[in-house]
Design a binder for this molecule. Structure first.
Ligand code: ADP
Length: 841
């Protein structure tokens, strides 16, 4: 581009619209880029281009208020400066943006706009012919100059006068002096105007001055104004070199030659000294002594730092965060237990135990405001309302609510922040959360504490401990902040799917409240009281437009969802609402109750929908497709060697099939279905026990021999899903399944069981009874076999579930087998035992 003819800029230039500064030829200015058009310009032009030419862009001052920036292109200023982007720095924090360092080359005028998107491209006419500028400033006036010569001479003299008032030992002043002497005189107005402290308005005047005379005339008064200001300052106090350093504070101008004089602190121009503003904010942030000291130190460093240093942005971001943090801002608690009870009841159906405990907790808080009580941890399957209760607690207290998702967090700096040593360092989630809510006493919901990971980057659980410990958290130190922040006012609530994977030290700090899954009946109630009204509202529908009868809800629950909570149920209602919204919008009805009427209505597209649209089974199938789940228990129990167990998973209880088959072989056992070690052990235990008791129970191998394993291979399979299954509670199920296989008898089709076994045939208690029984109930099982010592857990079950199920508690395998087979099992001590069998022993 630099040819013999001087600098030639391309005739088509992409334009950067600048809100914040005016670029003049000969100076270098830093621009922060975050508006969509400018971002596109950087990403699609600057970062993609490979030639030097592609780094030339036009900078057009955008005088419109950025607050009111809209999608439309504002009327552009006609004159701008073409410049070379010499540096592009990208950052994602606090939001995605680029910082561009642009050196101005020459003026241009916009002839016509070629396109507005994704960035502005314009046909331009170059205004400054740079090759003309040859006169070094010191060479005096040339013959052709005339008025221009005089002007430029005067300008030069004034600049020298200004320099004379400053201390040459300051490097920046010396550099300015050198520039003044070496630059062509024609460039002086631009360079000087961008160096001395001038407002954007003044810079704009210089930019708009196309002829040199005009430019000198515009810039000269600015120079004299500075001299006068300086004189005034000298009168009042002696300028020390230290002062002068501040005079040359490097604010907007960035790198040379575009440094700025800051001759006079009182001279507040429209641009505003943002560091001064920041300083004011630091003092106004009401932060504790220690934090204030750090901030003031950083401010001092910031003032001395050139803007081009990457550290400038870091320090700046840091200070911005510090002033934004709610050091002493809090909301006032407005707790009224009576109102809290009503609110909790209104928001949530069922979950009585949990609501009771939450109310107790709140009541204690009301009596003793500085409660350093336990941290509540809601444990239960997804979609049972844990988060939603947390939200209600915040509402009853009148506090802000913020959810911090901990799932998958495996780096302690996620909690405690990164040290401020590299670009991209940020505060942790706790401090970020505080910044978001802007008060220091919010309710923080630590979601999924059981999913915390661990990695080389330290243990996030340890960091979380510090956050939750009332003895420590009044001085929680985020690595990024590096000063203590008082978290003692924050109310923490945690949620988890299981306590098994919560780090023990963390679990120790929390009071676990189990939130079990819901029964079918409870789900129907929740659906009609909460989910359906919510979904209707979210989709802009009214009960007058859409009606979902109870039996449809029941069908959705049993045929389209299989979950402990109500989340997918809610989604299904969402799907129905969307489908109906389309129909309502189209003015057409969905299939209604009667198939014949539905046909006629479908045929007649113009017919307005008959309100309310009722979702019956036919419509349900239309919208949600064929049923996803079927009551399959009874169907699958039609062959010997199948039994139904009950399993507990973090997602709630589930029914678990166990299948067995045998074939000729050498007594080998094959296990399939993603099993854990404990489950494999249970299988071996079961086989050993059955072999040991084969005679008692008349178990035989394939050819009727007394050892069921003789000449026989056995295959045990646990179908349904590729999820790893483990745990001892399948013991009784495996025994039942194998007993069925070896005896050729069918297991009762309506029975499910759970329990751990020992080698001697005892049945040991297991966990998760409530969830398991609910799952059995969901699956349509009638009889549940449980370990005797789990009998007490049955009390927690809803009455209707207890009434619908037949519970058999078993202390040993005898009792299990007896209950699992119709008419009992031979060899047991029950009444069904056939005497001749015992005699065979
Ligand atoms: P979790 O945090 O346990 O995974 P959410 O709190 O996100 O579950 O609950 C999922 C949805 O179900 C929310 O819309 C919530 O309002 C609703 N919900 C769950 N339980 C109840 C309940 N007992 N009463 C009313 N709505 C409920």
């Amino acid at each position: 581009m630099a040819s013999d003819n001087g600098i030639q800029i391309p005739s088509r230039l992409p334009l950067l619209l600048s809100h914040e500064g005016v670029l003049l030829p000969g100076s270098t200015v830093r621009f922060s880029v975050d508006s969509p058009r400018n971002m596109h310009l950087v990403s699609q032009r600057l970062l993609r281009g490979t030639s030097l030419k592609s780094t030339i862009i036009g900078v057009i001052p955008n005088t419109r208020d950025p607050e009111h920036d809209t999608d439309d292109l504002p009327t552009l200023h006609k004159i701008g400066t073409a410049g070379i982007a010499v540096q592009v720095v990208g950052s994602n924090w606090p939001k995605p943006h680029y910082t561009l360092l642009i050196t101005g080359l020459c003026r241009f005028r916009v002839s016509s706009l070629l396109k507005e998107r994704p960035f502005v491209l314009a046909e331009v006419e170059q205004l400054d012919k740079l090759e003309q500028y040859t006169t070094p400033a010191t060479e005096g006036v040339t013959a052709k100059d005339g008025e221009l010569g005089e002007l430029s001479h005067k300008f030069y003299q004034t600049a020298v006068q200004l320099l004379g008032m400053l201390d040459m030992s300051v490097p920046v002043v010396a550099k300015f002096r050198r520039l003044l002497d070496s630059l062509p005189r024609e460039t002086l107005p631009d360079v000087v105007a961008s160096m001395i402290r001038t407002s954007n308005k003044e810079k704009l005047q210089v930019l708009d001055a196309v002829t040199l005379e005009d430019r000198f005339k515009k810039a000269l008064p600015m120079l004299t104004k500075q001299i006068e200001g300086l004189k005034l300052l000298q009168k009042t106090r002696k300028i020390s070199p230290e002062n002068e350093k501040r005079v040359f504070s490097v604010r907007k101008g960035g790198v040379l030659p575009g440094r700025q004089f800051n001759l006079d602190e009182e001279d507040e121009d429209e641009d505003g000294d943002d560091i001064a503003v920041l300083e004011k904010k630091v003092h106004g942030a009401k932060m504790p002594e220690a934090a204030l000291r750090v901030c003031l130190k950083e401010l001092k460093r910031l003032k001395k730092m050139p803007q081009s240093m990457p550290e400038f942005a870091l320090t700046r971001n840091y200070l911005d965060l510090m002033v934004e943090l709610p050091w002493s801002k809090s909301t006032k608690d407005c707790l009224d237990i009576q109102a809290a009870r009503t609110l909790l009841d209104n928001d949530h159906y069922a979950m009585e135990k949990l609501k009771k405990r939450v109310l107790e907790y709140l009541a204690v808080r009301q009596l003793k405001t500085s409660l350093k009580g336990p941290i509540l941890c809601f444990v239960g399957p997804p979609g049972v309302g844990k988060t939603s209760v947390g939200r209600s607690i915040a509402r009853t207290l009148g506090r802000e609510f913020h959810r911090i998702a901990l799932g998958g967090v495996c780096d302690q700096s996620d909690i405690r922040g990164h040290r401020r040593t590299y670009v991209g360092s940020m505060p942790g989630r706790i401090i970020n959360g505080l910044k978001t809510v802007a008060v220091n006493n919010p309710v923080f919901l630590l979601d999924e504490v059981d999913k915390l990971g661990k990695s080389l980057q330290g243990d996030p659980a340890a960091a979380l401990l510090e956050v939750l410990d009332p003895e420590q958290n009044h001085s929680f130190t985020d690595h990024y902040l590096n000063v203590a922040f008082d978290l003692s006012q924050v109310l923490f609530i945690a949620t988890a799917n299981t306590t098994a994977t919560i780090p023990p030290a963390l679990l120790d700090r929390m009071e676990v409240l189990q939130v079990p899954g819901y029964t079918q009946e409870e789900k129907v109630e929740i659906a009609h009281r909460h989910l359906i009204p919510n979904q209707l509202e979210q989709h802009g529908l009214t009960p007058q437009q859409l009606h979902i009868p109870q039996d449809t809800t029941q069908a959705i629950i049993s045929s389209y969802t299989r979950e402990a909570g109500v989340r997918s149920l809610e989604r299904k209602f969402g799907a129905i609402c969307r489908a109906v919204a389309v129909k309502v919008a189209e003015g057409q009805s969905v299939t209604t109750t009667d198939a014949s009427t539905s046909e006629t209505q479908q045929g007649d597209k113009a017919a307005p929908p008959e309100m309310p649209i009722v979702i019956d089974h036919v419509a349900l199938k239309d919208i949600l497709g064929p049923p996803l789940f079927e009551m399959e228990v009874s169907e699958r129990l039609t062959l010997p060697g199948v039994a139904v167990g009950l399993a507990w998973t973090p997602l709630g209880g589930e029914i678990l099939f166990v299948e067995a088959s045998r074939m000729e072989g050498e007594g080998q056992l094959t296990l399939t279905g993603q099993l854990g070690d404990v489950m494999k052990e249970s299988a071996h235990l079961a086989i050993s026990w059955l072999r040991a008791n084969a005679k008692t129970y008349q178990l035989t191998n394939m050819v009727g021999g007394p050892d069921p394993l003789e000449g026989t291979d056995i295959h045990l399979h646990f179908p349904a899903g590729a999820v790893t299954k483990d745990g001892p509670s399948a013991g009784v199920t495996i025994v039942t399944c194998l007993a069925s296989l070896f005896s050729g008898r069918l297991v009762r089709s309506d029975v499910a069981m759970t329990g751990e076994i020992t080698l001697r045939g005892l049945v040991l208690p297991v966990g998760g009874i409530k969830d398991k029984v609910l799952a059995a109930h969901r699956a349509g099982v009638r009889r549940v076999i449980l370990p005797k010592r789990n009998e007490k857990d049955l009390e927690e079950l809803p009455a209707n579930v207890r009434a619908n199920l037949d519970f058999v508690t078993a202390a040993n395998l005898d009792e299990v087998l007896n209950a699992a087979f119709d008419g009992g099992f031979p060899g047991t001590t029950s009444t069904h035992t056939q005497p001749q069998l015992t005699s065979k022993l």
